[in-house]
Design a protein. Sequence first.
Length: 527
Amino acid sequence: MDTIKPALYPASTVETDLKPTAQVGRDHIDLRPHESYEGAHRWDPLAEWSPEEEARVVRKVDIYLLSWLCLMFLGLQLDRGNISNALTDNLLPDLGLDTNDYNNGTTVQLVCFLLAEFPVQLLIKRYGFKQILPLMMMGWGTVSWGQAFMTNKTGFYITRALIGLFEGGFIPGTILFASYFYKSAELSLRLAAFWSTLNIARVISALLAAGILEMRGIHGRPGWFWLFLLEGLLTFVIGLVSYFYLPHSPTRTKSVVWRKGWFNEREETILVNRILRDDPAKGLTAIQEPATMRDIVNTWKDSSTWGLYLIGLIAYIPAAPVSGYLSLTLKRLGFSTFNSNMLTIPAAVLQIILMLGLAYSSSYFLERTWHCIVGEFFVMPLLIALLALPAGGYNWGRFSISTMISGYPYFHPIVVAWLSENTFDVKKRAISAATYNVIVQIGSIISSQIYRKDDAPYYYRGNKVLVSICALSLVVFVLQREYLRYMNRRKEKEWSQMSKEEQLAYQSDQAEREKDGNKRLDFRFQY
């Protein structure tokens, strides 16, 4: 039976420019984790296990952790996306708002969302994922059901702001939490599962909205009142249960719900050592070790991530306005409230299929750039087609194109995993994830202002802007790839000039490994 050999240096850190997964030909290097690391007592450089045993451990993580985090993501999307469903039930007229007010409300939410990103990451590093993530969820669930009692523009803006504050930082926090349980190559596919959950939530939300909005008139309340109330209460309950369900770390999984924990001693040994052999940086700090201002500055000075930040700013803008306005556009094209919500389902289903397929291919081929570019190439001709369509009313062609744009192969999970695997240091990983998400939200703020009232209902001017941004994104992806390749070649040249003994001594130096991070000569950037 094949076994996993002990103490191999992580595949993600020793690579050639052509084969990013090649390993250094040596068997024993002291990759001892820091004593503060939660799994340090399970570290064993001589531990061996079969691929079947490892697969069973990963499967347990998928069932116990991934499935629950996906449920939490579902609650996130329900409360973040039901505003779009409420638009089809005359939310704007009921509150005395127009589309510009709606855009401004979206901007307020996004600004508050990004303002919360860094404080939340610092709180997570101080108090742990188990404490902070469920409390955030209960917070935005409470505000969400409180939206049911909005009566004017002021209430709309206040609830948008509070939801943004409670949701900010949740996504990068959840992703960082998952990274403690999965190897780098496994992460992008799991992140695709997260974002597939968001699309499943779009389907569920559309189905729920189609039924709940029919309650308009009950007790003199509009349909959106019941939508916000019921979905907000559901999210609060998920958050409350999560507080008692989530583990502290891979080796601290006992809770009120799980009296015996998720794993036995053997499984914890496999889980900890497979992670540390893949990425020893995860053993250099405790999960709850606070990040410092120096960590933040060092993270921001890392030029290898700058291109990915720019990608986060612009790459998702081309499809965002079309997707955000899909239900309202359908309503304006003459579809009923029920049909306007039901007709958003095909876009969500299409995106689930395309996103999972793209993420699987990216993980299989260990390639990032060209897979992300697929998404941009998918969107651009469809935006051009929207520009070519003449003005019309009940237009199935416009619905079909808008559905395909909304269901494009979403590459956000690939970029998030790409950023994570190129960061190396765990504290930098938390900071870079928060930085990236802040920049993505800034991009969302920009996208929320592209479709304007005077350009409605076909937004020809707005779509020209989206085509231009899509073209810019393609250029940035290629430039980022070439920059990472250049840095890899420069490292490879210096590395090849060292003798085998010097290479071995360099890799065995624990202090240097902690200090240099992704600047190390034996670290190769993925692209």
